[in-house]
Design a protein around this ligand. Structure first.
Ligand SMILES: [Zn+2]
Length: 458
């Protein structure tokens, strides 16, 4: 038999509705927007594993497909017939042709397909009523939300502890009745778009046995919001702070937990805010667009294993105010932190030991070899390393009113940002803020200045 023309195949597959096709072989019942029945591909005893996503659901949300979550069989109408009824591809097309009254083998040559059906109107973007946010935040003030309870127990210093509640409120961290934390995804215009619900253990680690949940899928919420009739967008966690802090540098980390910890660790939202994308693979170009539109300075803080991936994102972005920032790991990570440590783990370890985050632990030698700087003489070696990064300049003199410790710290910071030409050797470490152009440098200076003034007062 002659080959079935491609255009006929397309006509047939466009006409096929998975629910009708599977329904001829499997008894299906409604389960929410889906249909379910016993899987024909494995010895299935309970329905619920085999799901049919009806053709009314948009294709990009896996409409018009079937899937079994036990044996992982999946596909569309043609694949179903081939697998369930052992049909060849042409026979599956013929079978569907008969069902949908399309004469597959006698299709007229040069048949012109009817004009494509107009695309369905785009779905409205899901907008979650604002009172939902407030309600979850009320729950978060109770002791039942494990993550918040754990967060309060961290070894914050006095200032950090004093602002923790404010940080939680600014980030709209909420709770769910079952003790999960709710991380809202509110866009830069202040519209809640989604929220991620996560279960944490009392040790601050995520309960990996449970997938994160989404607010629109929760009992009682799903019925009201009807997510299947909406487009769902997921702004970066913390996006609602963009307009509130228009001058802040944007730091982006993987996890929401890290963003909250780092935000509270440093405070000072006017100069820096922390956003989270939700995971290594979730840093998407389109979620960065609002930041680029605002001309914001973006630093990407990947976890230890995410540098290459995020460098790639940054390269693709081609936005000259976006950089991958690895200094924190380069200088603060120790063997004891382990390869899985993220920035927050290290920050917590340093809070516990009272270690300063900006202290250099390791410098790269002339031939790219690393060596440990420990014990005595650390300051001096650091200064040497920092000096080499001043583009060959000699080490600037230490101002009289700065202690050795503070000066070593300043040089470590200079080392971190030494690839920028604008750093002038011999600068007083505490120039007035407005003289510094690079926002990254401005941020560090501001932090340092305040730490320095804090010490002066004592
Ligand atoms: Zn199955």
């Amino acid at each position: 038999m002659p080959k079935i023309p491609d255009e006929v195949v397309k006509r047939v597959t466009d006409a096929a509705r998975i629910e009708d096709v599977v329904g001829e072989f499997v008894t299906l019942r409604k389960a929410g927007v889906n249909l379910t029945g016993l899987c024909p591909f494995h010895d299935d005893k309970t329905d619920g594993n085999f799901i049919v996503r009806p053709s009314s659901i948009p294709e990009k949300r896996h409409g018009n497909t079937y899937r079994c979550f036990v044996c992982d069989a999946k596909g569309g109408a043609v694949q179903f017939l081939m697998k369930a009824e052992h049909m060849s591809f042409p026979d599956a097309i013929r079978w569907l042709g008969r069902k949908y009254s399309i004469d597959v083998d006698n299709a007229p040559l040069n048949w012109t397909p009817p004009p494509p059906r107009p695309k369905p109107a785009p779905l409205p973007v899901l907008e979650i009523p604002r009172p939902y946010v407030g309600r979850t935040m009320e729950i978060a003030t109770e002791r039942t939300v494990v993550f918040v309870y754990w967060l309060r127990g961290l070894p914050w210093d006095e200032e950090q502890r004093a602002r923790l509640q404010q940080t939680l409120w600014i980030y709209c961290v909420g709770g769910w009745r079952d003790g999960r934390v709710v991380f809202w995804q509110i866009d830069h215009l202040g519209i809640p778009r989604s929220a991620k619900l996560m279960k944490y253990l009392p040790n601050g680690h995520r309960d990996k046995t449970q997938h994160p949940g989404w607010i629109y899928n929760q009992e009682g919420v799903r019925q009201r919001l009807d997510p299947d009739k909406h487009e769902i967008i997921k702004p970066l966690f913390g996006s609602h702070l963009l307009n509130r802090y228009p001058k802040a540098v944007i730091n982006i980390v993987e996890s929401e937990k890290t963003a909250i910890i780092m935000a509270n660790y440093y405070g000072d939202f006017d100069s820096q805010i922390w956003l989270a994308c939700g995971g290594l693979k979730h840093l998407q170009l389109d979620s960065l667009q609002p930041l680029i539109d605002q001309g914001r300075t973006i630093w990407l803080w990947p976890d230890k294993d995410g540098r290459d991936a995020w460098q790639e994102v940054s390269d693709k972005l081609g936005y000259d105010k976006c950089r991958v920032y690895t200094h924190f790991f380069d200088t603060c990570w120790t063997e004891a932190d382990g390869d899985k440590a993220d920035i927050a783990d290290i920050a917590i370890r340093m809070m516990t030991t009272g270690e300063k985050p900006r202290q250099s632990r390791e410098v790269t030698g002339d031939h790219g070899k690393s060596r440990d700087i420990t014990g005595e003489g650390q300051g001096a070696t650091d200064q040497y390393a920092a000096a080499r990064l001043y583009h060959g300049a000699t080490l600037p003199p230490k101002p009289d009113d700065v202690t050795d410790e503070e000066w070593a710290e300043h040089l470590a910071i200079m080392k971190a940002i030494g690839d920028y030409e604008i750093i002038h050797p011999g600068d007083d470490p505490f120039l007035p803020e407005d003289e510094i152009i690079d926002p990254r440098l401005r941020m560090w200076r501001e932090i340092l200045r305040r730490a320095y003034q804090g010490k002066r007062k004592k």
